[in-house]
Design a protein around this ligand. Sequence first.
Ligand SMILES: CC(=O)SCCNC(=O)CCNC(=O)[C@H](O)C(C)(C)COP(=O)(O)OP(=O)(O)OC[C@H]1O[C@@H](n2cnc3c(N)ncnc32)[C@H](O)[C@@H]1OP(=O)(O)O
Ligand SMILES: O=C(O)CCC(=O)C(=O)O
Length: 374
Amino acid sequence: MKKLNVEICDVTLRDGEQTPGVTFTCDEKCAIAEKLDGIGVEVIEAGFPSVSENERRSVRTISELGLSAKTCCLSRCVKSDLDSAIDCGVDLVSIFFATSPLHIRIKYKKTRDEMLSLALEMVDYAKDHGIAVRFSAEDASRTEISFLKEMFKKGAERGASYSSFADTVGCMTPVEMYETVLELKKDLKNPLCVHCHNDMGFASANTFTAAQAGAFQLHTTVNGIGERAGNASLEEVLVALRMKGGVDRYDLTGLKEISKLVEKTSGICVSRTKAVVGEHAFSHESGIHIAAILKDRNTYEFFPPEMVGGEQKFLLGKHTGRKGLEHILKSIGCELTSDQVTWTLERIKTISEGKCSITQDVLMSVIKSAKQEK
Ligand SMILES: CC(=O)SCCNC(=O)CCNC(=O)[C@H](O)C(C)(C)COP(=O)(O)OP(=O)(O)OC[C@H]1O[C@@H](n2cnc3c(N)ncnc32)[C@H](O)[C@@H]1OP(=O)(O)O
Ligand SMILES: O=C(O)CCC(=O)C(=O)O
């Protein structure tokens, strides 16, 4: 397997916080940043200092935590945004402007060339203050590639450390992303970053595919939270890097814990079937699956739950088979006759079809009845 050359910039504390209704306190941001650092994420985007005084305090506090990860923040092409970023003591500032014809026409009172000149002045200003720059194209995926090449070339010439491509409205497919990154990489003088949104459900796929095409800095959020349908998920991208990208330096065992922390502090519930961190990511009910897993778990688990701090679960329901039930009964020290097992299995299926979960209490009551009936 070819080992991918990448780093992660996690943007949970900035784009993740842009999820409608979500705010993190300074303490919550610090706790999340510390866990990201423990996983081994290289860059933490701590916030957007211009948003508020509290935000500036949070970004500054994270910058002073002494983490191994570098800290980063966002800045428009506005001098006061940059002053705030400089004042917060971050290692890296993302100087961004929207480059697509639509955004230029609707949002700014300047032409695209005027915006580019202004952005380059901001790069100079940041560099003069000793701060590294990510030169970022918002809505890059709806921008002519020739303009992006010109912008990134000029940014690199002025000393930007990275060029950044944002699929701001999540309009790309993985094949399009692959081809775009290959094309951009032909002329690029500094590492490429990708920032993918999930409007068509491709954010993590696009991010991983970009890495396969040569993108270096991958933007993620914990649980995939973020604007609208969210961003590429940290947990999905890291597992893909481990399983398909030959990257084994991240401590994935912290993923479940950080997912829980972000679920609690953001109030955004993780779907039970969410990859890697969902409650059912490693749960099995189907009889055919459990019968096989009992012989070799690789049959229905592509990677072990322990790798990501998760745990394998066998659940009972309509789809339970005899071997799964016998295994569960044995694990709780319950011995039944063959007829009692048959009766219990039928009863479990009937109860489940009535949309009732087979909790431990329900199971114990079914077992009690089986012993009376058979
Ligand atoms: C794709 C992204 O995720 S970009 C980041 C999005 N995040 C946010 O918006 C964070 C939350 N935002 C806020 O708290 C506020 O919008 C602030 C503090 C950033 C700005 O607030 P306000 O000064 O009240 O401006 P408001 O939000 O009404 O409008 C945005 C202004 O920024 C300008 N702007 C937007 N992007 C850029 C840019 N990259 N460079 C320069 N100006 C920009 C807009 O043109 C508009 O300017 P105008 O007031 O002259 O029309
Ligand atoms: O590239 C960046 O730093 C920010 C871009 C962004 O958040 C977006 O376009 O969705």
